[in-house]
Design a protein around this ligand. Structure first.
Ligand SMILES: N[C@@H](CCC(=O)N[C@@H](CS)C(=O)NCC(=O)O)C(=O)O
Length: 202
């Protein structure tokens, strides 16, 4: 088994942080996105849409998509649970994870793609698109700050994959030069706690 990875990219990091929280070790193979290796013929045979992360099992089975990879491991190793333990907690975690992915990580990715020199040659960079994404991101973080007012974790009483996705999303927002509003004290408290976990170094 191996995980196709790129150390500096957010979606592969989401899987690495999840694996670290679970205490699961998987060999990593770097695919250098800065060199365009994700579009090279050998990698397109592994993932025809050219994205990371991808998990390759020992029998050659390919599992793309960060959340699908996480779900695969969660089924194999349910403890400690990061995706819930019953239908209600599972549904709740899934809902919050999607809100963190769509409202935070994806918005941060759009800001980055439309402002960073790294994407200048690949994307028709449009300031208005970046501005809309910044506004979407702000709205979702305002909401999350309020959600975290009287609880410790994003989706319930213990850490879950929703917390992992939000950690990665905020980290990528910072890479995209988006600063958290200091008034978001609940979010700041949560973020400092997440960053202090050993898994955050993965
Ligand atoms: N929905 C996918 C997103 C995968 C994705 O966009 N990965 C980025 C790295 S964070 C990538 O490989 N981009 C390749 C490219 O920009 O060509 C997932 O969750 O795995």
């Amino acid at each position: 088994m191996k995980l196709y990875d790129y150390t500096h990219a957010p979606n592969p990091r989401k899987v690495r942080v999840y694996l670290a929280e679970k205490g699961i070790q998987v060999p990593l193979q770097q695919v250098d996105l800065t060199k365009g290796e994700q579009r090279s013929p050998w990698f397109l045979t592994i993932n025809p849409v050219g994205g990371l992360p991808v998990l390759e099992l020992d029998d050659g089975t390919i599992i793309p998509e960060s959340l699908a990879i996480i779900e695969y491991f969660e089924e194999l190793y349910p403890n400690p649970p990061l995706m819930g333990t019953d239908p209600v907690s599972r549904a709740k975690i899934r809902a919050y994870e999607r809100r963190c992915e769509q409202g935070v990580l994806n918005q941060a990715a759009t800001i980055f793609q439309h402002t960073s020199p790294f994407f200048a040659g690949r994307v028709d960079q449009t300031p208005k698109v970046a501005e809309i994404a910044r506004n979407n991101l702000t709205a979702r973080l305002v909401w999350l700050n309020d959600e975290l007012k009287d609880r410790e974790w994003v989706a319930g009483d213990s850490i879950s994959v929703a917390d992992v996705t939000l950690l990665i999303g905020i980290g990528w927002a910072k890479v995209a030069k988006y600063d958290l509003d200091p008034a978001w004290t609940n979010l700041a408290r949560w973020y400092e706690k997440m960053k202090a976990r050993p898994s955050a170094k993965a």
